[in-house]
Design a protein around this ligand. Structure first.
Ligand code: GLN
Length: 189
């Protein structure tokens, strides 16, 4: 499986390390040519405003959006979740906006900007690391909720799109990446 990891800004190395340990071949995506032959795509955490600007500056915005709308499996963590959100409650910007969710950025306030907890993801108890994280305020029809922490939705899936508000790539649990690779496998079959 050939997985592209958007490498314009943010925490992409950790995703590459985890996916490689699970047997995937990873490609750092920085230009349109890097999109050739991908079976899946990861949008890492970082800063969504910066990433959104870079997506447009590199010309990646349109082909990425078309690919996702055509069914390319995609996994967005944190800022990546914000890039995929149809609406952002506290921000007028829209980025790829392919997933029917409404997100709130920096949703945990200053003191709780970063925290660590354990919660269920798709039925498995896993460590979750939140870093100035968003949460999902609303999901549309056809969006499956995969994790809830303190009454807030922090992981969800809609068809080929998987998002987490937390950073599974910096913990020792591979559950979320395995879940994503299963989506990629199913799509390829
Ligand atoms: N706060 C960042 C944003 O709004 C997301 C933080 C992260 O990706 N860890 O884009």
């Amino acid at each position: 499986m050939r997985i592209g990891v958007l490498a314009l800004q943010g925490a992409f190395i950790e995703h590459i390390q985890m996916l490689t340990s699970l047997g995937a071949e990873c490609v750092e995506v920085r230009s349109i040519a890097d999109l050739n032959g991908l079976d899946g795509l990861v949008l890492p955490g970082g800063e969504s405003t910066a990433q959104g600007k870079l997506l447009r500056a590199t010309g990646l915005w349109a082909p990425l959006r078309e690919g996702i709308l055509a069914g390319l499996p995609v996994f967005g963590t944190c800022a990546g979740l914000i890039l995929l959100s149809a609406t952002i409650a506290n921000d007028d910007r829209r980025h790829l906006a392919t997933m029917d969710i409404e997100t709130e950025r920096n949703a945990y306030g200053r003191q709780l900007g970063s925290f660590f907890t354990y919660a269920d993801f798709a039925g498995e108890r896993i460590p979750m690391s939140f870093i100035r994280a968003p949460y999902i305020r609303r999901v549309g029809q056809g969006v499956e909720v995969l994790s809830v922490v303190d009454g807030r939705i922090v992981a969800a899936r809609q068809c080929n799109m998987l998002v987490t508000a937390f950073h599974p790539e910096i913990t020792d649990s591979t559950a979320v990446h395995r879940y994503f690779l299963d989506m990629v496998k199913a799509n390829k079959a």
